[in-house]
Design a binder for this molecule. Structure first.
Ligand code: AMP
Length: 550
């Protein structure tokens, strides 16, 4: 596999491949009684330990063996964050097969497309997805069996699915006597398709090595900073980019795991945080908005929650401030993508920043942050020339590293690298200390009179207004300037703010010509399958919006 020359003198340490199975073995051996708590789709709370999880993962590995699943074959899941999904994570990858996590929020036709593209052999799914599976089963050409993640008494009396199996029946009949196989660490371990807002989704195929290296690096203090003393609740879904690697990095550290299942509303999340004494969590801004709104309305406080990582889309500084000031929760802004397993940067301070004023520190912490070891990044102009790290010059952001994609599954899209670097599609500035700040997705940037306007800044300012719940900024056609910014706003319930007040709110905060030309109010913004605001849908809605001429 290695394309690099061998030294005449090789190191003499044990040759042990970096395999995903080693994580659950480690957690079982050193933290056997540490709990994994899940809010189940059935509605109740389930508790067991790393030891139990390991035993059941081995049983599932025997089930897969009986199914005849071979190394490298894909086994799909359509499931929320929960203990049975975790068992699939370890059994499928640990046995040498490839875990293909499918996003249940996708349209059934897209689910069938990626299941066929991946040539999935089996599909494990949560019981509430039965109607989806009944709809897609006839379209899935390679799936031999559909396993419903539940007890026998939850199985449907009748179904159109040809080979529907009961997970708990399979596990009760299986032996836990299983030895995890050893194989090349570069073998594929899991597969995740990009959200694919345009064109068909493409697959990012992770390896055991990339996953283990990502787990080590993401647990570090300046990244997720997870330890055996933490209680971790991944809000980020296990069906998208492996919940930012938490199902791997948390067992690596021995922390307690708490899974929220499908209940991601503010009330359910808050109750689980309090019941299980959660100390650390990770999520996208839209989910946290629900939690903060619920807590504000009910005047609640956290008793154990200390730190959260927020990413997936830009975290508005106003949200960071609310977490810090109102609830005493430290926010680490992180950036990454499906193609990066996903972690690339995390924002934490350096010791020299301690003397800065609170405002100056907050300004640094609002950026996407410094590269974690393993990821290298640079910004380039459209000709590929590297641009300076001066905090002002923006360019296309490129990355490389052992957990960054080299090519898409089945070589879809051909050679995607530029001189060995992966073009992220994001536009960013990097400052002299290596702090990166995303100004936009390149396709969302507004091109006004030959200059670029980044929409993230405009949205962050809008949501810092006390009456604004959510905001999205898009470019709308303009006869003179090509495009001008239009701000689309959702007001907080019961709050009023006018177009003029909002436009005035930009005064002194940005260059005058960046100020949006117009504001429209709406009841809700369209949210995609991974919890992000769908700018392309907003652009479609307001394509013909007439901007004021003055
Ligand atoms: P996905 O592959 O679905 O996880 O989406 C990755 C994309 O989400 C990135 O390329 C960015 O455009 C965006 N993204 C992720 N994290 C952030 C962040 N902290 N700030 C701004 N954009 C982000």
């Amino acid at each position: 596999m290695s394309q690099y020359p061998q030294s005449p003198l090789m190191g003499q340490m044990m040759s042990q491949p970096l395999l995903i199975s080693s994580l659950i073995q480690h957690a079982d051996r050193y933290y056997p009684t540490t709990e994994i708590v899940s809010r189940r789709v059935e509605g109740d709370i389930h508790r067991y330990t790393y030891h139990d999880c390991h035993q059941r993962s081995k049983k599932l590995a025997n089930v897969l063996k009986d199914f005849g699943v071979k190394m490298g074959e894909r086994v799909a899941t359509l499931a929320w964050n929960g203990y049975r999904h975790l068992e699939a994570y370890y059994a499928v990858s640990g046995s040498g097969a490839v875990l293909h996590t499918i996003n249940p929020r996708l349209h059934p036709e897209q689910i069938a497309y990626i299941a066929n593209h991946a040539e999935d052999q089996y599909l494990f799914f949560d019981l509430n997805f039965l109607p989806v599976v009944e709809a897609v089963a006839p379209l899935c050409k390679t799936i031999k069996g559909f396993v419903m993640l539940c007890e026998r008494d939850r199985m449907p009396a009748s179904t159109s699915i040809a080979n529907l199996l009961c997970y708990e029946d399979l596990l009760s009949a299986a032996s836990a006597d299983y030895s995890w196989p050893l194989f090349d660490e570069n073998s594929a371990s899991s597969l995740c398709y990009t959200s694919g807002t345009t064109g068909n989704p493409k697959g990012a195929l992770y390896s055991h090595r990339s996953t283990l290296l990502h787990s080590f690096a993401s647990a570090l203090p300046d990244a997720l900073n997870v330890s055996a003393r933490d209680v971790v609740l991944p809000v980020v879904p296990m069906f998208h980019v492996n919940a930012w690697g938490l199902p791997y990095s948390v067992p690596l550290t021995g922390a307690k795991l708490v899974f929220p299942g499908p209940a991601l509303d503010g009330k359910s999340i808050y109750e689980l945080f309090e019941q299980e004494k959660v100390t650390f969590s990770a999520g996208v801004p839209t989910v946290w908005l629900g939690l903060l709104t619920y807590m504000g309305q009910n005047k609640l406080k956290f008793s154990s929650f200390k730190r959260t990582v927020i990413g997936g889309s830009a975290c508005p500084p106003a949200m960071m401030k609310a977490f810090r000031k109102d609830y005493g929760v430290e926010v680490v802004h992180a950036w990454g993508m499906t193609e990066m397993s996903p972690l690339g940067t995390c924002c934490t301070l350096l010791s020299k920043h301690e003397q800065l004023s609170e405002e100056e520190r907050e300004a640094i912490l609002s950026k996407q942050g410094r590269a974690i070891y393993g990821v290298d990044m640079k910004i380039v102009d459209d000709a590929g020339k590297e641009l300076p790290w001066d905090g002002k010059t923006y360019g296309n952001l490129l990355v490389k590293g052992p957990w960054v994609i080299g090519s898409y599954y089945k070589q879809e899209g051909g050679d995607v690298l530029e001189d060995g670097w992966f073009p992220t599609g994001d536009v960013a500035v990097i400052d002299i200390e290596g702090y990166m700040q995303i100004t936009d997705r390149s396709k969302d940037v507004i091109k006004s009179g030959g200059e670029w306007i980044g929409t993230i800044d405009l949205e962050n300012i809008a949501v810092s207004h006390p009456a604004v719940l959510q905001a999205a900024c898009i470019g709308v056609m303009h006869p003179k300037w090509d495009e001008r910014p239009l701000l689309v706003v959702v007001r907080k319930p019961g709050m009023e703010v006018s177009r003029e007040e909002l436009l005035q709110f930009y005064d002194g905060k940005i260059a005058k010509w960046w100020t949006p030309d117009d504001v429209v109010f709406t009841d809700a913004l369209p949210i995609g399958a991974t919890g992000k605001i769908l700018k392309n849908k907003i652009r479609d809605t307001y394509r013909d919006h007439q901007l004021p001429t003055a």
